[in-house]
Design a protein around this ligand. Structure first.
Ligand code: PMP
Length: 408
């Protein structure tokens, strides 16, 4: 049975106060808090089990390697990848998508003298800027698909945008600003029918719902550890094995080679080929524990709890007729972006909320094209996680009422 109070007790930071008020942490879309098991795993790794991985023949190095490499299997299980060899461990989504741009798509676009990349307008900069690099360097074209007035993305519009020159569809599974859930499975099916691979940015989705990369059928699926109740600087990208075989190395250095001489270099097999240098050993160990923690709670249970929060928040926030909610589609995660009637800037709203102990994010949320599409420069965003409660949503609503009184 899922019990939110038991879950809350697992996260020590939730019992602290901020500005003399109990912390109401609604900035999970930016980064999630860490359960004690993750904090303990980090302490244990540094205090009892630390050494560099892969290279050593001594006890601690073998132990650290064993713990670190086990995480690959945990990630494969979490994403239901067919093989753990399809999991490239890295520092997070930004690194993962940059690797695909540099190692897989860049050489293709260069060789073929251009090509299109289909994107939705609600992509995070991490799933935009690496493709802009390919536009600047190799003449790629970015083709954008807009959301409708409710923040929904019409799957058919994405499919229609895939043309003979399309080399990749790069799309988020869940919008970090609107919470919109994208039907990535339908997009993959249609894209593959046209011979086009699909990259899914799973940064926001993997924390809120069960993810099955085999069922989705995508070629690439990026996740980032700090949003998954794990340490910052941890993450991974699932790469289907056919695509792995097409990729040239990314960063060069130790661990990713087979042999190096003065004249020649040969590379390790994937996934090691894409993991140069000393990795985030302890961060990844912490991520493994975080994913086990989530799977222990049950991803279906997490999704059900957050659907309840979403529905409660949609009803409460929807009742404030001076609040402009962005993203009202029903099929969304518990992520709410809004602006307020009157002069209040998103930053002013978040400052007032902070005085009430409520942590939200204000700004463009690294989603410039979406801000332009919505005709705003910034929004306030309340994003919920596994430990949030309906009572906390009430605190948010009370604090917003205060903003309205102050700024109206
Ligand atoms: N994509 C989405 C949808 C995100 O929300 C984020 C983080 N805000 C990222 C990519 C980038 O993740 P990271 O900064 O951890 O690499």
């Amino acid at each position: 049975m899922f019990d939110v109070q038991t879950v809350r007790a697992d996260f020590p930071i939730l019992s602290r106060e901020v500005n003399g008020k109990p912390l109401v942490y609604l900035d999970n879309g930016a980064s999630a808090q860490k359960p004690q098991v993750v904090i303990d795993a980090i302490t244990q790794a540094y205090s009892q089990e630390y050494a560099n991985v892969h290279r050593g023949l001594h006890y601690l190095s073998n132990l650290a390697t064993e713990k670190y490499e086990a995480v690959r299997g945990t990630i494969a299980k979490f994403l239901n990848a067919a093989s753990e060899d399809e999991i490239v461990m890295n520092s997070g989504t930004t690194e993962g998508i940059n690797m695909i741009a540099y190692s897989w798509l860049g050489p293709k676009i260069k060789e073929e003298g251009g090509g299109e990349i289909v994107l939705s307008v609600m992509e995070h900069h991490a799933n935009i800027v690496p493709w802009h690099f390919l536009r600047e360097r190799h003449g790629a074209t970015l083709k954008w698909v807009d959301t409708d007035a409710t923040g929904a993305l019409d799957t058919q519009k994405v499919i229609d945008a895939i043309g003979p020159d399309t080399k990749l569809v790069a799309i988020t599974h869940v919008s970090n600003v609107l919470g919109t859930v994208v039907d990535v499975k339908a997009i993959v099916e249609a894209a593959h029918a046209k011979g086009v691979p699909v990259l899914v940015d799973g940064s926001q989705a993997a924390v809120h719902m069960p993810v099955d990369v085999q069922d989705i059928g995508c070629d690439f699926y990026a996740i980032t550890g700090h949003k998954l109740y794990g340490p910052s600087g941890s993450g991974a990208i699932y790469v289907r094995k056919e695509r792995l075989a097409e990729m040239r190395p990314f960063l060069g250095g130790g661990d990713m080679i087979r042999e190096v001489s003065k004249d020649v270099v040969t590379y390790a097999d994937p996934p090691m080929k894409f993991e140069a240098g000393t990795p985030g050993i302890v961060q990844m160990i912490g991520l493994g524990v975080a994913l086990d923690y989530m799977m222990g709670l049950g991803m279906q249970n997490i999704a059900a709890h957050e659907a309840h929060l979403r529905d409660y928040a949609a009803q409460k926030l929807g009742g404030l007729n001076w609040l402009n909610l962005q993203g009202t589609t029903a099929d969304k995660a518990a992520i709410f972006s809004f602006t307020l009637d009157g002069a209040a800037h998103a930053h002013d709203i978040s400052t007032v909320l902070d005085k009430k102990g409520v942590a939200v994010r204000a700004g463009h949320h690294c989603a410039g094209p979406l801000m332009d599409h919505l005709g705003v420069t910034a929004t306030c965003r309340a994003s919920m996680g596994v430990y949030n409660t309906t009572e906390e949503i009430d605190v948010l609503v009370d604090a917003l009422e205060l903003c309205h009184d102050l700024f109206a």
